[in-house]
Design a binder for this molecule. Structure first.
Ligand SMILES: [Zn+2]
Length: 428
């Protein structure tokens, strides 16, 4: 698409922005004009896109996910289990990931996200069995093909069962390998600046699968490379108990001891913080990704979102999964919990809002399905009646979803190959 061409998204049915009743103009990947009621665009030669049937939202931002888990959805061995036994049932299956199956799993997850109106997503990839050393490179290539903005995290695990951790030896790596590869993927893929389409963060998996030495070394490396830090924390009572037994303190104290309690970090879940800990998080400007559906399925508990926001913590939304959700539909998470801190989680203040100078990342929804019939307000209807699928999605000024589909993506063929790869993994 010609980025110098201005596009006027004209006369939306509704739009989540003030003073843009007649729409917005985008050019060069950014929002360059809001067109108020009764006015025409001041931008010359803007080509109009008629949005009279559309509700226009800022593109949604997914702050926590594990793309590869689309290959292990609704797996009988993992159903009706809480986090620790759920993980123990799945680790041996995940150990069978290959470059080809990862590519398919990632493509499915990102496609689902795009079709739900998501324009920026994170991914937390922490399973590195032998042969899957290029996992992050595979993810970058898939994101670039689909045109979605990503913050991919180079995850890691180095505490296996023989060191008192939860995962088997087959899915962990040693600290030197992890740190060297973290440096490599940041150098190769991490883009800086407001236009960045691909960014990398560093993400040891959780207190029960990572050594203290790796936690500390990763924080030091993130400082040196100036990239963000991510991990799971305070997801379950089991984790609290593990932390107290292994480290003699609660998870947040442990995080602080490891040099992580700062604005560089965002945490997945954050269910079991007490009020003093919430204040410490707010003061440190550490953000939290809330994964409502995943927490419900694993019966982990409920993240105290309102209390946390009052303590000054930015809360973003995450689909998590897809083995604990088991879908990648971000609009459904908005229905489960409305928050607006996702841009802060990913450290991208230029995203997540329809305003002058912000990125032209947009999700356009139609209200022509049964579920919306009889509504009294288009914007509220999107959330409350449960919108599932965007009709059009724009990332950085480019249309990446049109008429509810991803141009050039053969969905039937993707389902066929992805299902076959999943079956091969389940069978072992
Ligand atoms: Zn997770």
């Amino acid at each position: 698409m010609d980025q110098t061409q201005a596009i006027w998204i004209r006369d939306p049915l509704s739009i989540l922005a003030d003073g843009a009743e007649r729409g917005i103009v985008v050019r060069g990947g950014k929002i360059v004009e809001l067109v108020p009621r009764g006015r025409e665009p001041a931008t010359a030669n803007a080509v109009a896109y008629d949005a009279q049937a559309h509700v226009v939202l800022p593109g949604l931002i997914n702050t926590h996910h594990h793309f590869y888990q689309t290959l292990t959805r609704a797996l009988p061995a993992a159903l009706d289990r809480e986090l620790f036994p759920w993980l123990q049932a799945l680790y041996p299956v995940w150990a069978r990931l290959t470059p080809e199956s990862l590519h398919l799993g990632v493509t499915v997850a990102m496609s689902e996200l795009l079709l739900s109106g998501c324009t920026t997503t994170t991914d937390h990839h922490y399973v590195f069995p032998a042969g899957l050393e290029d996992a992050i490179d595979i993810e970058v290539a898939a994101a670039q093909r689909l045109g979605i903005r990503v913050l991919l995290t180079r995850g890691s695990m180095d505490r296996s069962q023989k060191d008192g951790g939860l995962p088997p030896d087959s899915v962990v790596q040693d600290e030197d390998t992890i740190l060297a590869d973290s440096e490599r993927v940041v150098a190769k893929h991490h883009q800086r600046g407001e236009d960045a389409m691909v960014q990398i963060a560093l993400a040891p998996c959780s207190p029960f699968s990572v050594t203290t030495s790796l936690m500390r070394a990763t924080a030091t490396l993130a400082d040196k490379l100036d990239v963000r830090l991510h991990t799971h924390l305070a997801e379950t009572e089991d984790e609290n108990k593990f932390c107290e037994q292994m480290h003699g303190c609660r998870p947040l104290d442990y995080l602080e001891q490891c040099g992580w309690l700062n604005a560089r970090t965002w945490l997945a879940h954050g269910i079991f913080f007490n009020s003093g800990e919430m204040k410490r998080l707010g003061k440190a400007r550490t953000a939290v990704s809330h994964c409502a559906c995943s927490n419900q399925i694993l019966a982990s508990g409920c993240c105290p979102v309102c209390e946390m926001e009052e303590a000054g913590v930015s809360i973003g939304l995450g689909v998590d999964g897809s083995a604990s959700n088991d879908e990648s539909n971000l609009m459904q998470e908005v229905r489960a919990a409305s928050t607006k801190g996702s841009a802060a989680c990913v450290g991208r203040p230029e995203l997540g809002e329809i305003a002058l100078g912000k990125a032209a990342d947009l999700a356009l929804f139609k209200l022509d399905e049964l579920r919306f019939s009889g509504h009294g307000d288009p914007l509220a209807a999107l959330v409350l009646c449960g919108a599932h699928r965007a009709d059009r999605v724009m990332v950085g000024g480019n249309w990446v979803v049109t008429d509810g589909a991803i141009p050039g993506l053969d969905v039937s063929e993707l389902i066929r190959r992805h299902s076959a790869a999943a079956r091969a993994m389940h069978a072992g």
